[in-house]
Write a protein that binds this ligand. Structure first.
Ligand code: NAD
Ligand code: UGA
Length: 463
């Protein structure tokens, strides 16, 4: 039975996943390591509101397990040496250079981990791919680990993570399934069983699925591609609804009641964001192309093309509705995170919509309950569209939503935070310039009530 595990990468996946394993398996010592000292310090913060990842319910789990059998550390070598099982949970972003730039997954952090494990390990280890990886990455890791020359045996498992941010704790406590891929050899099967035994501490056996490594790796990319495709599909319909008088919420409800389609993931929006959908689909497209499967690649690429279109047309609609000019106008943004209940802003639609509007010299005034100003500025600066100085002039942030909306020409809802629904909209209206516009990129506000107050309201996929 495994008694000691280590996880390399203390991010949005490594942190919450290991916290739950530690909570559910008090007999296992769990050490989460990262090169980023500030991040580790934040995981060790006495004040639990300072944890680097915001997830409802995470603080309580960390409070229970931290210091008992859950540890956060920057001593990577030591944790590797001590552990019988090592999870690799580092980032695998889209490559920004060289071959496959803008498409392929950048595996340099994965390779560094593999080399570090190969260098440090003095006893046999099970290495678990937790990061989302291109299919067949396990063979590359295997080759690196096979050349240590010190006789240590490694088994490589693929155990992709399916949690969604904002609901990470519920997803980890009661996963639809846990997927574990491994070698078909007896040693491979033994390694699979060791990981099954860990999850079996709280996940029903029938929800733990075992496959070969390649199916497991590819299933993760496939799941994200299917989920993102649903969002792009409903968003494509939203544009048609706006032309025809159909209401996308009604269409989604009508089709969602068909049990073959199902009702989840049919919310039309300003476009999907997050660190994974785009990255993983681009990676899938790249893999398909590399095998010469151009029709497969084009099919999936359309999901991204549609999503880019949805973000751009949201900004365009604001500009054309505000009499074709937003220059010098204050536009309040409610929300910057890529979805509610997270402080993560990676690939958030808000960034792209803000950038388009700032290109037209609009002044963007943002309120988000969990995102700090420095993060918003860093997101916009990363696009390199204009100087950092200009970005600071055009983007301001507020810690009070009413102030953000004061004297604004328009409000754009970019994130579906629940609290936006219960604001005093009369008070907001009174403080705005007239006509007062609301562009609801999440369809969360009550159109009729807002219109009764006097707002000009536009949602996604409705007239
Ligand atoms: P993240 O950027 O939040 O965290 C990754 C961490 O790894 C960083 O803190 C980084 O400093 C650390 N790191 C990188 N190289 C390292 C090294 N050599 N040694 C030690 N630490 C190192 O990323 P994330 O969102 O947690 O995602 C991690 C992986 O999980 C990705 O492959 C992603 O696709 C996948 N995934 C993410 C989610 C999600 O919701 N965020 C869900 C499922 C799967
Ligand atoms: C997604 C998947 O849901 C997870 O299963 C997966 O593990 C994860 O990616 C990953 O691999 O990183 P996440 O990106 O955290 O999780 O959040 P989602 O709930 O999937 O939302 C993604 C984006 O789609 C958000 O911007 C969200 O607002 C948008 N979305 C989602 C819609 O616009 N409409 C919907 O109906 C659903």
């Amino acid at each position: 039975m495994i008694k000691s595990i280590c996880c390399i990468g203390a991010g949005y996946v490594g942190g919450p996943t290991m916290a739950v394993i530690a909570q559910k398996c008090p007999h296992i010592k769990v050490t989460v390591v990262d090169l980023n000292e500030a991040r580790i310090a934040a995981w060790n913060a006495a004040d639990l509101s300072k944890l680097p990842v915001y997830e409802p319910g995470l603080d309580a789990v960390v409070a229970e397990a931290r210091g008992r059998n859950l540890f956060f550390s920057t001593e990577v070598d030591r944790a590797i040496e001590e552990a019988e099982m090592i999870f690799i949970s580092v980032n695998t972003p889209t490559k920004t250079y060289g071959v496959g730039k803008g498409m392929a997954a950048d595996l340099k952090y994965i390779e560094l981990c593999a080399r570090q494990i190969a260098r440090v390990a003095k006893s046999d280890k099970i290495v678990v791919e937790k990061s989302t990886l291109p299919v067949r990455t396990a063979s590359a890791i295997n080759e690196i680990l096979d050349h240590t020359g010190n006789g240590v045996q490694f088994q490589i498992l693929s155990n992709p993570e399916f949690l969604a941010e904002g609901t990470a704790m519920e997803d980890l406590f009661a996963p639809d399934r846990v997927l574990i891929g491994g070698d078909t050899t007896p040693e491979g099967q033994k390694a699979i069983q060791a990981l099954v035994d860990i999850y079996a501490n709280w996940v029903p056996k029938e929800n733990i699925l075992t496959t070969n490594v390649w199916s497991s790796e590819l299933s993760k990319l496939t799941a994200n591609a299917f989920l993102a495709q649903r969002v792009s599909s409903i968003n494509a319909m939203s544009e048609l609804c706006e032309k025809t008088g159909a209401d996308v919420n009604e269409v989604a409800r009508a089709i969602g009641l068909d049990s073959r389609i199902g009702s989840k993931f049919l919310k039309a929006s300003v476009g999907f964001g997050g660190s994974c959908f785009q990255k993983d689909i681009l990676n899938l497209v790249y893999i398909a192309k590399s095998y010469g499967l151009h029709e497969v690649a084009d099919y999936w690429e359309q999901v991204i093309i549609m999503n880019d279109h949805q973000k751009r047309r949201f900004a365009k609609n604001i500009i054309s509705t505000l009499y074709n000019t937003v220059s010098g106008k204050k536009i309040a943004f409610l929300g910057w995170a890529f979805k509610k209940d997270t402080n993560d802003t990676r690939e958030s639609a808000a960034i792209y919509v803000a950038d388009d509007l700032m290109g037209e010299q609009a002044h963007i005034a943002v309120f988000d309950p969990k995102v700090e100003k420095v993060q918003m500025l860093s997101d916009i600066n990363y696009l390199n569209t204009r100087s950092e100085h200009d970005n600071e002039k055009l983007l301001s942030t507020f810690s009070d939503p009413y102030e953000a909306c004061h004297n604004a020409h328009a409000i754009a809802v970019l994130t579906e935070w629940d609290e936006f629904k219960t604001y005093d909209w009369q008070k907001i209206y009174d403080g705005m310039l007239k006509p007062a516009f609301v562009f609801d990129g999440r369809n969360i506000l009550n159109k009729h009530e807002l219109e009764k107050i006097g707002f000009v309201y536009q949602g996604i996929g409705m007239m």
